[in-house]
Design a protein around this ligand. Structure first.
Ligand code: RVK
Ligand code: MG
Ligand code: MG
Length: 317
């Protein structure tokens, strides 16, 4: 692949996370029916908690993952955990399990232990998958390492086996589409087969959901059916497959994919962020509408900073 295109794709994955998160933020927690009734399709940045075009914990933590990879030159759990703590701003809206894990680290628990006992045997919230795109980029040319590092990055806050598997699945799909040329037709079937064959998901919620994804893609169902069968909540197995579906069902357009994911309702910022990461990694920065980019926050650690992080990760490769 041409270097120029690959660079666009690296930046696209990070900015895609940001755009999807920002677009979904204002309607986080709304039902599909309410979004449909109040907005129809969400095609512009609505006024949100922290202002229009602002981001939530999804992007704040993705920035931490990217900063750590870029400064260390690869995965380092302690460094990454410290970035999460340094960047942490409660107003961005964090999940309870993640707050607890980061507090444990601040109190002296190691990053390997901090998330082990949250919700009993670790969290399977989508918090470690929503932030993981930079790992998909950094290890896009080594899938075994990609999976291992994604799981380790999850361990910091999401130690449950399903939490780790969900982060690995999201990183893997990002890595896979980085390797695909957007000018050639992506095969939905090949993508799903690759994911099922490359990740140890047999007999888990994920293998079940990827089977449903394949069936839904063949049937072109209403969004209601997609949300009901794949899920739209904060559990990782009820959101990563939904993001993969949103991307594959709208594979020719970054904006269609992200808008589709958000109109499913529920955890809209995160469905937007994860779908934006995948679609951005596939299409590249140029496919993201200018009107969306222009309305993103751009003060400290805003749009320009996220673009720079994408450039840095690309140059390191
Ligand atoms: C505020 C039972 C479990 C579980 C387990 C469920 C931000 C819980 C982002 C929990 C994302 C939820 C979101 C989220 C990310 C997890 N047994 N239930 N073992 N593990 N859950 O708290 O960072 O929005 O219902 O770890 O993953 O935008 O409340 O947080 O939408 O998953 O938060 O898991 O959340 P947490 P997180
Ligand atoms: Mg969020
Ligand atoms: Mg969310």
């Amino acid at each position: 692949m041409q270097k120029k295109l690959l660079k666009e794709k690296f930046i696209g994955a990070l900015v895609g996370t940001f755009v999807g998160d920002a677009l979904g933020m204002a309607v986080e927690g709304y039902s599909l029916e309410r979004i449909k009734a109040d907005y129809g399709q969400i095609d512009h940045m609505l006024e949100a908690r922290l202002g229009s075009g602002t981001y939530t914990d999804d992007t704040e933590m993705m920035i931490g993952v990217a900063e750590s990879l870029a400064s260390v030159g690869g995965f380092d759990g302690e460094d990454m955990a410290n970035r999460f703590i340094d960047n942490f701003n409660l107003d961005r809206g964090y999940g309870g399990g993640t707050i607890q894990a980061l507090n444990n680290i601040k109190a002296g628990t190691s990053w390997q232990e901090a998330g082990k006992h949250i919700f009993g045997n670790g969290s399977f919230g989508n918090g470690s998958a929503m932030r993981v795109a930079p790992i998909g980029l950094y290890y896009y040319d080594k899938y075994e390492e990609l999976k291992a590092k994604a799981k380790k990055s999850s361990l910091i806050t999401h130690a449950h086996p399903l939490g780790k598997l969900g982060a690995a699945l999201q990183a893997l799909v990002v890595g896979y589409v980085i390797n695909q040329d957007p000018r050639q037709n992506l095969s939905q079937g090949d993508c799903l087969k690759f994911l099922a064959n490359t990740l140890e998901i047999e007999d888990t919620e994920f293998s079940h959901k990827l089977k449903i994804t394949k069936e839904l893609l063949a049937n072109k169902p209403k969004p209601e059916e997609v949300a009901r069968k794949l899920g739209n909540d904060t559990r990782v197995f009820s959101s990563v497959p939904t993001a993969i579906y949103s991307f594959l069902a709208n594979v020719n357009s970054f904006s269609e994919a992200v808008m589709y994911a958000i109109t499913l309702g529920g955890d809209t910022d995160t469905l937007g962020a994860m779908t934006g990461a995948i679609a951005g990694a596939y299409h590249g920065l140029n496919a993201i509408p200018q009107k969306w980019l222009k309305s993103l926050e751009n003060k400290e650690k805003g749009l320009d900073y996220v673009i720079e992080l994408g450039e840095k990760l690309f140059e390191l490769k």
